[in-house]
Design a protein around this ligand. Structure first.
Ligand code: GH3
Ligand code: MG
Ligand code: MG
Ligand code: MG
Ligand code: MG
Length: 311
């Protein structure tokens, strides 16, 4: 899995540089396209639609060139699959074919293909077209990064979190795997601002965000700022026992910051945690429903005196 359609995918993945995937069952054609495109991208060549989809599961690509006629899954079918998965729908797909005809071209565009190249082609034109798609992908990546990240802390924002949570809930139901969620709320933060000032408050939130990222280590884990002094984690494929251990590490990382808070518990900034797990056998559940459950438990942690976790 390509770390889900999540922040790692959208943001860390944004460091990815110009990756192009070529699928053509004709080895000479694959080699030829590879040689052309290597001038501007890191190119992988495969020989079937199935192999293309498999490659997309493990690596992030910007542009995919698909031959139409391949044994097994052809290019149009592969294009459809790429465009219908939230993990890959943003990728530019270029259909490459010797079969000329308006219908084929319209079909390809209707399926979500971004461009259409007819064989035999001129190398310079292919190069220029793919370069333009790579530029558009870089711009789109930059926009996704901005729209999905929190301006203060640089971690994922609420929009990214909500979107990822919905995707992960569907994935958990589909694959019968557990899914865990942690909500974090900084304790007595209003008093922190009142005493130290709002800009110190901002600095405090940045440090907490950074400490939290230490607990989102696996591909697919996500930590986001979901409100003013509220943060949340998504841990795919994580059961309740693991979640309890993670919650302990989250508390530890925040207490290691040893941030002074004159009105805080033991004079320090502390956090309260609510956490819940879908164990993989539950009925499908919406992101907002599991979030609400974790929020109730966070409220219990507050009621229990703060600086604790209820899972
Ligand atoms: P509790 O222990 O019950 O969570 O108390 P609290 O004071 O943390 O909770 P409350 O919801 O009463 O206050 C949250 C505070 O967080 C109030 C608000 O000014 C502050 N806050 C929210 N967003 C920001 C921000 O971006 N920067 C700063 N500095 N403070 C913020
Ligand atoms: Mg072919
Ligand atoms: Mg709060
Ligand atoms: Mg609070
Ligand atoms: Mg309060």
């Amino acid at each position: 899995m390509s770390t889900g359609s999540d922040f790692p995918n959208l943001v860390s993945g944004s460091n990815q540089q110009n990756k192009v995937l070529v699928a053509d069952d004709d080895p000479m054609m694959g080699e030829f396209l590879g040689a052309i495109l290597e001038q501007i991208a890191d190119v992988t060549v495969v020989s079937s639609g199935e192999a293309a989809l498999k490659a997309l599961e493990t690596d992030a690509y910007d542009v995919v060139l698909l031959d139409v006629e391949m044994p097994g899954m052809g290019g149009l079918e592969a294009c459809k699959a790429i465009k219908s998965s939230p993990d890959t729908s943003h990728i530019s797909v270029i259909i490459v074919t010797a079969r000329i005809g308006d219908k084929m071209e319209v079909d390809a565009l209707d399926l979500g293909a971004t461009d259409f190249i007819v064989k035999p082609f001129v190398a310079k034109i292919v190069l220029a077209r793919v370069r333009n798609h790579l530029i558009m992908q870089a711009q789109a990546r930059q926009l996704r990064l901005l729209s999905m990240s929190d301006g203060l802390t640089g971690i994922a924002n609420r929009r990214c979190f909500d979107q990822t949570l919905e995707n992960e809930c569907s994935r958990a139901a589909r694959t019968n795997t557990p899914l865990s969620l942690l909500l974090i709320d900084v304790d007595r933060f209003k008093q922190y601002n009142d005493h130290y000032g709002h800009s110190q408050g901002d600095e405090c939130l940045k440090k907490i965000a950074k400490a939290l990222t230490l607990s989102a280590r696996r591909a697919g884990d996500l930590v986001a700022r979901v409100g003013g002094e509220e943060f949340a984690f998504i841990f795919p494929n994580t059961d309740k026992d693991s979640l309890i251990a993670i919650a302990q590490s989250v508390s530890m990382h925040v207490s290691e910051l040893a941030l002074s808070h004159i009105d805080g518990i033991d004079g320090k900034v502390t956090i309260s945690i609510g956490g819940t797990t879908l164990d993989g056998t539950n009925q499908p559940i919406s992101g907002s429903a599991i979030y609400m459950k974790a929020d109730e438990l966070l409220y219990k942690a507050k009621e229990a005196g703060r600086n604790c976790a209820v899972i």
